[in-house]
Design a protein around this ligand. Sequence first.
Ligand SMILES: [Zn+2]
Length: 267
Amino acid sequence: MYHRLLACAPRTPLFVESLPANEASYRQNCVSPVEAIEFSEAARQRQSENTLKRLEQDVRNRQAKELGFDSCDDAEKAAEIFNLLKKQGKSPDVLLEENRARERRMERLIIDLSDTEQKGYEIRARSIRATGSTINPRTALRARYTTDDNKVQCQMCSKGMPFKKRNSDEDYFEAVEALGKGHFFKEHEAQYLALCPECAAEYKEYVKKDPKARETFHDALKNSDSPQIHLESHGRTIRIWFEDKHWQDLKTVLYYYENVYDPDGAD
Ligand SMILES: [Zn+2]
């Protein structure tokens, strides 16, 4: 048995000869001395190749980190995206500038919000919101949702408004605050939706008056990457979509409430 083990070991080929004759068939299954040496050489070579690959990978990762990436895999993906954009005729410089502009817009909005007072309510016969008139969401909404043919598009049904204002050529629409004081602590235009009269009524009834739908919508606004949200409320599916800048601003407002806002007024 000892001899058999040795015969199979690559580094002790000479012991093969000492096997008993009746074990010839077993010997056929073992490695010959030449094969054993070749096997050992191949293993050493594989080990060297693996070490070399690891070293090369370390160097590439280090170089990628110097360029601001987490790993060379990330750097390769970035290069692929860069080339893809160029192939599609999109300028990476323009996209970078758009992104920087978006970041500057976010910073400005957070500074504005920090300077804005909390929503104020006066106690009269019932609680009356006193700060609502400090902003004008209609102007921003009209600018964002007016199409090329001068129609204001509803953020729920996507249709143009059904009629114009009585004394002007402008479309009538309702500016509905998406959530109440439990979620929006300050006044801001981005918190409003542009809705046609029918959708405004549906939104108020099925979302604003329903605590569960309000929470679902709030979570979706915070967590969704898509500017289109679907809600289920009492058997109805409510779809709300956002124009790009409106969406970015609203996400920034929610980011501000969650990460910067101090309810005691010291943000
Ligand atoms: Zn509508």
